[in-house]
Structures are given as structure tokens and as C-alpha cells.
Design a protein around this ligand. Sequence first.
Ligand SMILES: Cc1ncc(COP(=O)(O)O)c(C=O)c1O
Length: 386
Amino acid sequence: MTASELYRRALQVIPGGVNSPVRAMKAVGLEEPIFAARGEGAYLEDAEGRRYVDWVLSWGPLIFGHADPETVEAVVAAAREGTTFGTPTEREVELAEEIVAAVPSVEMVRLVSSGTEAAMTALRLARAATGREPFVRFAGGYHGHADPFLSEAGSGVKTLGIEAGGEGRVVPYNDLEAVERVIEGAACVFVEPVAGNMGVVPPADGFLEGLRRLCDETGTLLVFDEVITGFRIARGGAQERFGVLPDLTVLGKIVGGGLPLAAFGGRAELMERLAPAGDVYQAGTLSGNPLATAAGLSVLRRLTPEVYEELERKGRRLDALAAYGRFERVGAMASLFVDDYPALFRHLLERGIYVAPSQNEAMFLSTAHGEVEIDALIAAVEEFSA
Ligand SMILES: Cc1ncc(COP(=O)(O)O)c(C=O)c1O
């Protein structure tokens, strides 16, 4: 079945034909999205059998590439034992231990099913712990689609130009003075420690340290949304890489090994405010799902220092893209900003290279991307720029 036929059917039964707005490709001038059939390593194959080098990687989770054999094996073995129980399992404890060991500020963690849920609950917890309602966040940041986070958000909200209601005192990223003006009385500062939803924007020197200081001075909690950066730019995420510890951390994507799993964690005394230990309610039928914990564990246990050295080496090769536009990279996440991004997107797609259909989304490296794939991207961008 062709993508056009599938899309026509999808439009009849799914709003806009997609289950997440960022999958639509109208913003880059394409009528229909890519319908994926299968993936292997760095490659994605669409419903019509076309193969692409995939720089989207399901928007970040696949650090070992598509259909990583060990992950698949772990999920299949787990599925044979039952797909959900709604009662605690050993792997949940193991995954929580793995996360606590990896992420410097996290002493206790709760597993949920999506980054949206994790961020939403981290905000609820911060509000309960401080007894304050307002909070500070940054324009162009994205913390999932819970109501408080939507106004001036990045990612698909920005790509589609949607202006939704939201809460929070929204200030420009990397602007400490603006934070200082609005932080008094806030429950928390919610921040992507490396912005990844307005393209990649690294934190300015001293920005994260400044946030930590302002939070300490005002009794405000610092929340790092490490849904993208967690296990990607270092095993312990941005907090390890930059040496600044938040009070609460939101995780997603890689932590679930490509299955629906996310998490939030922090100091024990804060986390124990959550029910049933405390009075802040949060729950989930599929939280800590056995297939997702199997995938997450399989991936996290293999994320050794050598993996990050390899990703950094490959990242440095990718830095050649800086010759063709503003290029930003932190570890295995990167963005190339060019004037006519839609034209670049189509140029690459015609050459079998799939990058995100919006400049607001990052490019992701996996261990499955080799020199061949990296050089092909650089050559195609060079050809575009010529
Ligand atoms: C930084 C950040 N936070 C939260 C989310 C929401 O996660 P999910 O899509 O799993 O709900 C995303 C999704 O891309 C994200 O990039």
C-alpha cells in the first residue's frame, strides 16, 4: 500500500492522519508523512520499501539504532512471561537502581509511561513541596503536552505556530536576568539543560550554575527536563556533563529503550511526598511495564563510557556541517540551522536521508551510525549548499 493510500485512510480515522503532530510533514512542503515499515540500525524503511539513513530515531530513544538485537531479545523474552501485571516486578526495582546509580542527583525515582506524564507530575510535586503555584520556564522549551507547559512551547507547538493557553512565567532561554526578575515565589524553574525543542541550543556559560544559585537563594526547586539529554549527552545526562545538580529530574526516551517508559526522580525526601509514601497523587496502569523495563534495562546496562566516547568521536566528524550553517552539537544531539530548512529537508529525503521535518527538532546520533552515514549526510548538505 502506498503512503498516499495509507494517509488517505488515516485522515478518515485519525485527526490530521498522525498520532503526534510532529510526524506531519506539511511544514517542509510534503503532502504526507513517512509511513515506517521497519528499521535496522541507522536505517528506516518506509511502507513502499524506500530506505533512509534515519537521523530522527523516533525523536531520540534509539541510542543503539533500530531493532537493536539485544533489546528486541529482551522484550520478546519479557513478553513471553506476560505483558503487564499491575503489581510490582523485579525489573522495576532493577531499572530504578540503574537510574539512581547513573543520574547524580536522583536518589529515588518513579517510573511512568511518557515524558508528558513525568513532567506533569514533577510540576505537581514541586508545587506540593513548596506550597507555591507559579513556576518559571523558558520560551521554546518543551515539557510534553500537559496544560501548564503549552504557551510559547517549542517542538510541534512552535512548528505549527499554535498558541495555546498555559501557565508559568515564561522567559527567554539563557537569560539569567529575566529569571531573576520573576523567580520570587515560584515553586520551581523548569528547564531543558540543553534546549532541544527549538533546535539544539546549548546552555550559555554559567547559565545552569546561575539557575542553581537563584533557586537556592529563593527556596525554589530546580527541575531539569532531561527527557532528551538523559543518557544521551552523558550516562548521567546534562547534570553529569555540566556538573550542576537539580532537585528533580525528568527522564524519557532512552531510559525506556524505545518502549513507552519515562521517569522522574530526585532527592528521597522530596520523592517520598508521592503517594503512597506521601500525599501527592500519581498513578498509572502501565507504569513500569514489564516490556518497557526489559528494554530500558537492556539499553542502560550497555551504556558504558566507551559508548559515549564513540558517540563523541562520531559527533566530531559531524561537526563538518558547521561549514554550511549555524551548527550546534552537544554530544549525540545536534542541529544545523539554515535559511531554507524545508528545501534542505526535501533535498536530503530525495537522497535517502531522513532528518526531522522541522528545524525545531534535533538530529540524533546512534552507535549504529557509521562514517559512511555521517559522510553521506555531509556530502548531501554540501551539494545542497553549492
Ligand atoms: C524535553 C522534553 N520533555 C518532555 C517531552 C515529552 O515526552 P513524551 O513525548 O514522551 O510525552 C519531550 C518530547 O519530545 C521532550 O523533548
